[in-house]
Structure formats: C-alpha cells, structure tokens
Design a protein around this ligand. Structure first.
Ligand code: SF4
Length: 374
C-alpha cells in the first residue's frame, strides 16, 4: 500500500513592514490608553470588517497579551496580524462585558469568533423546525434558524441523536432534509403528492407517516408532533407504550436479543425525558434580580433575569421613586405567563448558556440575587 502523504504545511510568511507598522501603532495605543478594567474590544481589518470581538475583566492586560503572542503558533497573533484597528469599550463589570461580547458577536458575526465557536461545539440541542411537517432533529449549535424552537442545551450529543431517532421512529415523524417537499391530502396548496418517497424507506418500514407522499393528513401528523413535545415536557408516556410492549413481547418469546434492543430504546427515551426535566428546572431557577457592584463607577447595576434571559438592566435604584419604577418594570416582565418548558427561542440560547455558565462558575454571585417579586 503506498505510504499516505502528509498534507504539506503552509510555511508562515513573516509579517510585512506595513503589518508590523500597524501592529506597532495598535500596541502604542493600548499602552498609552487602555486601563485594567472590564470591557469588550474589537479588531477590524484594513477594509473595516470587524474580524474579532473579545472581552476581558482586565482590558489592558488582555490586549497587551496579544502583542506578546507568537506568530503563527498563537491564534491571538494570527488575528492581530489581520487587524488594522483595535478599539475597546470599558464596561461596569465582567458580567456586563460578557453580555456585550455576546451581543456584538451576534450582530457582527466576526469571522474569527464564528470559526472558534464552530470548534467549541460540545452541546447538542433538539430543534423543532417550522413548516407544514415540522421535524425534530439534533443540532450541535442553536440560534442560526430563528424560526425554529430549540430545546436544550444537552450534553452527550450521540445519545441525544439515538433518543430523538427512537422518538421519531415510534411516532412516525419525518427525519429527512428540510428541503424535502411535503404533501398532505388536505393541503392542496402544497402541490400534488409524489407517488414514491424520495430515496427513503422509512415510510415503507413503518417508521414514518409519509408526509412526503401525502400518506397522512396534516392534523394527523401535527398530533404526533404534539405527542412528542408532550412526552419531552413530561406530560405523557405515550411514546414509551409501544416500545415497552415490544420489549415484553420479545422477552416472552425468549428473544432476549430483540428484547435488549427495545430496552435500549426505552432507556434512551427515558434518559432524554430526564434531561428535559433537568433543563426545565435549571431555567426556572435562573429567575431573579441580580445586583452587581460597578468596577468603573459609583453606581451598581441591576439585571432582571427571567428564565435565564436578561430582560432588563438599569442602575441599581437608590430612591423610592427609582425603586417603584423598577418594581413596575418587573411586574411587566412577569406579566406574560411563561410555561415551565424546556423551550428556548433560538435567538436567546446563547444568552441562556452565558447566564447559566456564569452562575455555575461563580456560585457565590447567587448571594447578590433576589427573587423576582415586584
Ligand atoms: S418517508 Fe418521506 S417524509 Fe418520511 S423521512 Fe422519508 S422522505 Fe421524509
């Protein structure tokens, strides 16, 4: 067998005099003006594109570290080499800097942040798509599709995949590409039905209701989707019943191998439901006001957090009038009834993850929180 050739490494080219001059100008600016305080920073290319957004609780130290990074070994040095300008905004606390960084990344989608996020995917989410035949699917990141509903985040994406596959199979839900055309006999507006499934045998083997060939009416399909969601929210056991039945039948027929396969499916669904229950609990416990002393000014800041999302932020009230205004705002925030579900709107997943990670990392910060009562 011929020896496999190693991919040739691209040789690092030394920075040009123009790049060195830019880097030196940025370093001089940081040395002259940056202070060790919390904040966010942005690096932009010569064309003005923001290529990286970062945050730090000590801006000066963090920014100077870029200039000590070794090129091409360190990512920081590689980003810096692409940058022509470096700007920073001080913020009152590290928490404020984290939130601002997240908002800027969402808004500007700097290419180095996006690439790093892709590398760091460690969680799985269950996504429920929109459209005539919604699809339940495991995805590695959330938030790209703002029309979808995301559940999670969950650890163990592989087990999550297996559990969602078992759920789709038992309820007959589709798992094909979202671009696959769907047809329901009661939805002529979707066009005439195909006569054959497009290269997929799930309908033939009884694992899909066949919305691609008009084999089910729309309400029938949507009812199964609702059952899936009710199961995940811990409201019904229905999807487990046929699996348990098959398990018992196989074991009574002394077919233990087959019984083991059904048992594994039951267990993976039970584990999935358990994970949903844990997330529900975590989201519910992330509802409070959170007061943070400012590191850059006299005024503390208060955040109103409901179900892991920052709904309001203001200087901590000092007078009776300010306290009344905040109480009124909290009443407004609490007014819409939000069911205790595991649902996180796609655009808000990053924020929930950020808030949850913050209090996990700094549990003592919970002492600064107060229940959400007006
Ligand atoms: S049978 Fe049709 S709807 Fe079901 S998964 Fe296959 S292609 Fe999709």
């Amino acid at each position: 067998m011929p020896a496999r050739r190693r991919p040739r490494r691209r040789r690092a080219v030394a920075p040009t005099p123009a790049e060195l001059a830019r880097i030196e100008a940025m370093r001089a600016l940081v040395k002259a003006e940056a202070r060790d305080e919390p904040g966010v920073y942005r690096m932009s290319s010569p064309e003005g594109e923001v290529i990286y957004v970062g945050k730090s609780k000590a801006l000066r130290t963090r920014l100077l570290s870029y200039f000590r990074a070794e090129y091409p070994k360190d990512k920081g040095a590689r980003i810096l080499r692409q940058a022509a300008t470096l700007v920073w905004d001080p913020l009152p606390s590290e928490f404020a800097a984290l939130l601002r960084e997240m908002q800027l990344i969402k808004q500007l989608r700097p290419r180095y942040n996006v690439a790093m996020k892709r590398e760091a995917r460690a969680y799985g989410f269950v996504r429920l798509s929109q459209g005539p035949a919604p699809r339940l699917q495991v995805v590695r990141s959330a938030g790209m599709d703002e029309t979808a509903t995301y559940y999670g985040p969950f650890r163990g994406a592989h087990q999550l995949d297996e559990a969602v596959r078992a759920l789709n199979d038992v309820l007959g839900l589709r798992d094909c590409a979202l671009s696959t055309p769907m047809h329901f006999p009661d939805r002529p507006d979707l066009g005439p039905a195909r006569t054959r499934t497009p290269g997929c045998i799930r309908h033939e083997i009884g694992k899909c209701l066949g919305p691609c060939i008009g084999a089910v009416v729309e309400p029938g399909y949507l009812e199964q989707v609702r059952t899936a969601l009710a199961f995940l929210e811990g409201e019904t056991e229905t999807p487990l019943d046929p699996l348990r039945h098959e398990m018992t039948r196989a074991s009574e027929a002394l077919d233990y191998e087959r019984a083991g396969v059904w048992r594994d499916k039951v267990r993976s669904l039970e584990a999935l439901r358990e994970q949903f229950a844990r997330i529900r609990f975590a989201l519910e416990s992330l509802s409070f006001t959170y007061r943070i002393p400012s590191e850059t000014s006299e005024t503390d800041r208060t955040y109103v957090i409901r179900r892991g999302r920052v709904r309001h932020e203001c200087p901590t009230p000092r007078t009776a009038k300010e306290r009344a205004a905040l109480a009124e705002r909290i009443t407004e925030i609490m007014a819409p009834i939000e069911r205790e579900t595991t649902t996180v709107p796609g655009r808000e997943v990053d924020e929930v993850l950020l808030v949850a990670a913050w209090f996990r990392k700094f549990p003592k910060e919970l002492k600064r929180t107060k229940p959400l009562t007006p």
